[in-house]
Design a protein around this ligand. Structure first.
Ligand SMILES: CC(C)(COP(=O)(O)OP(=O)(O)OC[C@H]1O[C@@H](n2cnc3c(N)ncnc32)[C@H](O)[C@@H]1OP(=O)(O)O)[C@@H](O)C(=O)NCCC(=O)NCCS
Length: 334
């Protein structure tokens, strides 16, 4: 059976950098650079400017990934777009991206709604589609705009300091003969915790979907039980990492690089330490990106390549945890 390989990687962050000091200056937020730095490891993040959409970010990241693969948009035959912050309620962002990148070709485009695990879920789907022979070159893009949904007052300070905007993309296709490609993927969800990290409005579950009352109550902002998410994230990311290693018949000591989701530096330090993976084998971007949800792992991959840390034949472990709860891991032979 043929195997799947990542052929190219791209990323894009909006130009506007927002430092912790800038957030500290928002009086109603009652936060500080020191608190954010110590509790999360974040120093700055990027926010879009007025008029810049998630699709705009995705276009930049996708172009770089396609170019980096040595391909042109004409070579792509399917699009998977992972996001929790689509430009509109419907249609999905895959359609907007199809129009921007492949306007003269009606290739299939689908959205994946799996929050911080969205990229790994998408990669696992793409892997199956390549292995089955249905497609030859799939573009996967994770793109998020959080800044337009954050509550920059005291009641939203736990969340508003954590998130950033950005996009990351990869192109996948068949691996050369004999190349092991993606060795194993594992995907999980536990919906009983759905409301521990969620956005309640607007929603088709409500009549009407949004109201003056819900707006006045700030129920269109994301809500999170931070401590609970923190604890579950560590346990599940470690557990699912062991699962993919076992499925692939590999030992932790064989892992060359860990590219974890970026939600909190302390989560990643604990995940690496519980797995027994030394710091020098971990790439983190959270200091300058914040949490960019589905865009995070391809951004991290891009950074690893840029730093020269991700090399041919490396054994690479990806793991993520997020709202849903959902969590996932993938083990790749690079
Ligand atoms: C949100 C998070 C950073 C909070 O860190 P924490 O160490 O758990 O902090 P706590 O929630 O225990 O709060 C400690 C104190 O800091 C305060 N605090 C929370 N946010 C703050 C902020 N931005 N600035 C200053 N103080 C803040 C709290 O009000 C609390 O004050 P109190 O002790 O007077 O009650 C952490 O829980 C976290 O990262 N959770 C997971 C986030 C995540 O992964 N989200 C996305 C899913 S992928």
């Amino acid at each position: 059976m043929r195997q799947t390989r990542i052929l190219g990687v791209g990323m894009y962050l909006p130009e506007r950098e927002v430092t912790n000091q800038e957030l500290e200056a928002i009086k109603e937020l009652e936060t500080s650079d020191e608190w954010i730095r110590q509790r999360t490891g974040i120093l700055s993040r990027r926010f879009v400017s007025e008029g810049e959409s998630g699709t705009d970010l995705a276009v930049h990241a996708s172009r770089e990934a396609i170019d980096n693969a040595g391909l042109s948009p004409d070579d792509i035959d399917f699009v998977i777009y992972a996001t929790l912050s689509p430009d509109y309620f419907f249609p999905g962002n895959g359609c907007f991206l199809q129009d921007r990148l492949f306007a003269d070709r009606t290739i299939g485009a689908m959205d994946v709604r799996n929050q911080c695990s969205g990229f790994i879920y998408s990669l696992a789907m793409a892997d199956s589609l390549i292995k089955s022979g249905q497609y030859e070159r799939i573009l996967i893009v994770g793109s998020e705009i959080h800044s337009t949904a954050l509550n920059f007052t005291f009641s939203g300070r736990d969340l508003s300091v954590l998130f950033g905007d950005g996009a990351g993309a990869v192109v996948v296709g068949p691996a050369p003969n004999g190349h092991p490609g993606i060795l194993a993927s594992a995907l999980h969800s536990e919906g009983k915790y759905a409301k521990e990290l969620w956005t309640e409005y607007p929603a088709s579950a409500h009549h009407p979907r949004i109201s003056h009352e819900s707006l006045d109550q700030g129920r269109h902002y994301p809500q999170m039980n931070g401590r609970m998410v923190f604890k579950h994230a560590i346990t599940r990311m470690v557990e699912v990492s062991h699962q993919v290693l076992a499925e692939a018949g590999k030992a932790v000591a064989e892992v060359d690089l860990l590219l974890p989701h970026q939600a909190n530096m302390r989560i990643n330090q604990m995940v690496a330490s519980q797995l027994g993976i030394p710091e020098e084998k971990v790439v983190n971007t959270i200091a300058w990106t914040g949490n960019t949800t589905a865009a995070t792992i391809p951004i991290c991959m891009h950074e690893a390549l840029k730093q020269g840390k991700l090399k041919e034949n490396d054994l690479v472990l990806l793991t993520a945890f997020g709202a849903g709860f959902t969590w996932a891991a993938s083990l790749l032979h690079w």
